[in-house]
Design a protein around this ligand. Structure first.
Ligand code: PLP
Length: 388
């Protein structure tokens, strides 16, 4: 390891980690679970729940773009308090969360749809695209997040894949050129998973103007909170202008609530109603309460974003010092050329107890790594020079 690489590998615990530093053992996890079954008050329960989210056993998980700082302190408390509400359906909390999200985003609540994670909303959109025309087509980039394209295929739709451009971004002109009479939906993941790249407002607007309004366009903003490029960002307000636009969001990333399955989407009210008709899952009370609390935990969201972006920069600097090619990440993960078959790199990182992302088609020698806790990033930076 070079001296400069070495200096990058050690960092003081991030403010977030210091806040959360509590040992998380199998014993404390069992104690937490047992306490949940008892009748003690939420305050006592909270004391029994470990704050650290390090895995109980096995490798450090840098493979699924989760946020290990979550749930926020307020969300943890809300989850515990929801235990006593669990015998009730969550109707009232659904209304509360919807009002809170819409107020937060300054959009009318009739433009909003909740989902069991944004994954359910992606599938609902595919169901809508398949309605009455199973020989229809969906256009998606490759590689991109596959939940919608894969489900569309299951529904009998044909998925037309369009390679990313030389900057590893969605090639919107090529996607526009791929539109035919059979096209029912175009999926745009922005920032894109796995490349972490974005397309800016100008290119997206040009695309939206060119797409016939009978074709659905779904813009997936799962990672929009990590965008730092001023020319790119959220387009939720555009649903007022484009009746064919669906924008999906999730509580799984910046909010750190992946396991509680909460997501939402915006669309024009007519489209929102059609989409809601495809819903299968009724939201759970713990997820609803956690999402409400997390939305209001501005301090946690601000600190999480700042910490993850600072650690993203640390990883990108280390990749640069190793002379490797990477994309400019606008997300909570990095994507770079590891100059060897993905499987070899994956194996070497596992030997350092680090689980990195899977292989992606067309990028046989590239790897996707999620920004973990600051201490996990230290471990990653120490291991990286040995795996290249
Ligand atoms: C781009 C993108 N969209 C959507 C999702 C689905 O997230 P969830 O269903 O947890 O909201 C993911 C999950 O990793 C993702 O990467």
């Amino acid at each position: 390891m070079t001296e400069s690489a070495k200096t990058l590998t050690t960092s003081p615990a991030s403010p977030l980690e210091s806040l959360q530093k509590t040992t998380f053992s199998r014993r404390s996890a069992l104690f937490g679970a047992a306490a949940l079954l008892s009748t003690v008050a939420p305050r006592q329960l909270l004391a029994a729940v470990p704050a650290s989210t390090a895995p109980i056993s096995g490798p450090i998980l840098l493979n699924s773009n989760e946020n290990p700082y979550g749930p926020s302190p307020a969300a943890r408390q809300a989850i515990l308090q929801s235990v006593s509400e669990s015998c009730r359906y969550g109707d009232k909390a659904i209304g509360t969360l919807m009002e809170a999200i819409a107020a937060h985003d300054q959009l009318p609540v009739d433009h909003l749809i909740l989902g069991s994670g944004s994954g359910e909303l992606l599938r609902m959109a595919a169901l809508l695209a398949a309605d009455g025309n199973r020989d229809g087509e969906v256009i998606a980039a490759t590689p991109t997040y596959e939940e919608l394209p894969v489900f569309a295929t299951v529904l009998g739709l044909r998925v037309v894949t369009v390679p990313l451009n030389a900057k590893h971004q969605h090639d919107l002109p090529a996607m526009q050129a791929a539109i035919t009479d059979k096209t029912r939906l175009v999926y745009i993941c922005n920032p894109n998973n796995p490349t972490a790249t974005v397309v800016g407002f100008a290119a997206l607007e040009q695309f939206m103007r060119a797409v016939p309004s009978k074709i659905l366009v779904l813009i997936d903003e799962a990672y929009f909170d990590f965008i730092t490029d001023a020319a790119a960002g959220s387009v939720i307000s555009w649903v007022k202008t484009y009746p064919n636009l669906i924008v999906t969001r999730t509580f799984s990333k910046i909010h750190g609530l992946a396991g509680l399955r909460m997501g939402y989407a915006y669309a024009h009210p007519t489209l929102a109603t059609r989409l809601t008709e495809k819903q299968l899952v009724f939201p759970n009370i713990a997820g609803l309460r956690a999402a409400i609390a997390s939305l209001n935990d501005a301090r946690f969201l601000k600190n999480t974003r700042a910490t993850l972006i600072a650690d993203r920069t640390r990883i990108e600097n280390a990749i640069d010092q190793l002379g490797l090619t990477r994309t400019a990440s606008q997300s909570n993960f990095v994507f770079f050329d590891v100059k060897q078959p993905h499987a070899d790199f994956h194996k070497k990182m596992l030997a350092h107890n680090l689980m990195v992302g899977r292989h992606f088609a067309g990028y046989d020698q590239w790897a996707r790594i999620t920004v973990g806790l600051s201490s996990e990033v230290d471990r990653l930076l120490a291991a990286l020079p040995h795996a290249i």
